[in-house]
Design a protein around this ligand. Sequence first.
Ligand code: DLL
Length: 444
Amino acid sequence: MMRDLWNDRENLFHPAAATDFLAAPSLRRIQLQRLRATVERAYRNVPLTRGRMDALGMKPDDVRTLDDVRRLPFTVKTDLRDTYPYGMFASPMSEVVRLHASSGTTGKPIVVAYTQDDIDVWRNVMVRSFAAAGLGASDIIQNAYGYGLFTGGLGAHYGAEALGATVIPISGGNSERQVMVMRDFGSTAMCCTPSYFTHLIEVAESMGVVWKDIPLRAGIFGAEPWTEGMRKFIQDRTGIRAYDIYGLSEIIGPGVGIECSEQAGLHIFEDHFLLEIVDPKTDAAVPDGGEGELVLTTLSKQAMPMIRYRTHDITRVIAEPCPCGRTIRRIARIGRRSDDMFIIRGVNVFPSQVEAALLAVESTVPHYQIVLTREGGLDQMEVRVEVTADVFGDRVRELETLEAKLAKSVEHTLGIRVGVRLVEPNTIERSQGKAKRVLDKRNG
Ligand code: DLL
């Protein structure tokens, strides 16, 4: 407790964080000025954007208010594929200092570019992210996001260094070494995906780590959807505080938004990212509080400005002021993407609903996979859930009872019957990065 207070004081006044507390009119003024410059830059340098604005009869000067953003054309992921690799760049290669790429599920990756100024902005939002989560110069941050083309590793690295913290650039994987380093180097914060951390919990415990005896106190978890149930599992089990961090390569990488110590929604760094919520079907604006697709416009990116990028991430704006005092607005935890939904016997299912239902049942560990098959033309869904060795060693009757409890919980959430099967410890594949929760074997 003492420690938390000490850190809060240290960080609330981190110089980089001042922008988080601007009065709304000042923030809106900065946003408008930057929006106009961004649109001008994209129009001048990106043929795709210019072509679309011309088709709408729009010129950059037509953007006079922040609301005018809604008149601009959207940008979608396929635009980046269609212009692969460099077609959306708005800076000459002589000014581009870094490339990253996101692999995606199909074919060619998406390539994103940064000028030195873009890298500086990224560092700035990552410093503010760590500070919001209560981290400061005295922290030892173990960065297990992957280093390389993925934005997670280097994004968190530069931010942690600029914060003045000690960074351990361990990258992903090699779990036993992660635990050894966490224990021996005295890491106070861990950066990785929440699913990888749940794996590390297991490994650490099997190596005899007692959580209260090591200094770890915070986790900066993101890059994939997770649930409140997962947070509770992690926090209860380890005693650390688990913060949700959000971002995507197309916009900058990690650091688009993060939770503060309230852990009640993610503050978006609105001076650099303009947020809108739209109805994914009609494209209409959704008022504050209503759920819809998050659409982001970068306000300061030079090498690759993004105008109204359709993230497919579903959330809502939390308009109420945050008790932490930050004036930048919050969005709700992103539980799902508009494109990760699957349909089982006519019912729309999101993996996160299944996760929430499983974790609502006591003594469940969060290692699960959803397997979809087609039998005799009918879609079947089976949820495989791992149990710990001691549970697995229980009598058959007890296992059946647990299985039935889990099935009932999932059924209650989804409204359809699904199969639940308990599987032995360590049979579900572990990921060092984003977990693959759904195995769809229906086509081939
Ligand atoms: O995952 C960047 C990142 C790295 C964010 C480290 C946080 C921490 P991409 O690989 O381009 O970038 O994937 C972006 O991942 O559109 C969301 O669907 C999902 N995602 C990212 N963070 C969260 C989160 C990085 N906190 C895509 N909650 C996004 C839910 C998330 N989904």
